[in-house]
Design a protein around this ligand. Sequence first.
Ligand code: IDP
Ligand code: MG
Length: 139
Amino acid sequence: MAGNITFTMIKPDAVEANNIGPILAMINKAGFRILAMKYMRLTKAQAGQFYEVHKERPFYGELTEYMSSGPIVAAVLVKDNAVADYRKLIGATDPSKADEGTIRKLFAKSIAANAVHGSDSDENANIEADFFFSKLERF
Ligand code: IDP
Ligand code: MG
């Protein structure tokens, strides 16, 4: 398996807006291979566990409420330099600051409902991928 992994979620706002297809197309066009993928809904407790690092941030309650408000697509992506290249493809956390042509610029509704998640380091990419997927679910 060539390349590094990153972990992404297509968040409830983008699923609700029927943007799963366009976002996956951008991911594939940018050269990422899909190693694992599932369509599911997180409980508030599971969202809280996933975003545990943000527990002390003022937006933690809003974030976990939002991330459990509807279904998401979770996926592990493979590419050389996956973490940094995917952060570049998705754009800044706040869509009003995201570069033109990025996923968040095109599809995000707000700083909270910002269309997609992307891992911020190789270490967290592995932790996040392991949170969602077993070895049997990776191809
Ligand atoms: P990132 O997703 O670009 O890595 P983080 O700072 O890790 O951004 O924040 C995690 C998620 O928390 C964001 O993607 C967004 O959904 C939400 N978030 C970040 N900052 C705010 C905020 O100021 N208000 C509401 N939600 C926020
Ligand atoms: Mg982050």
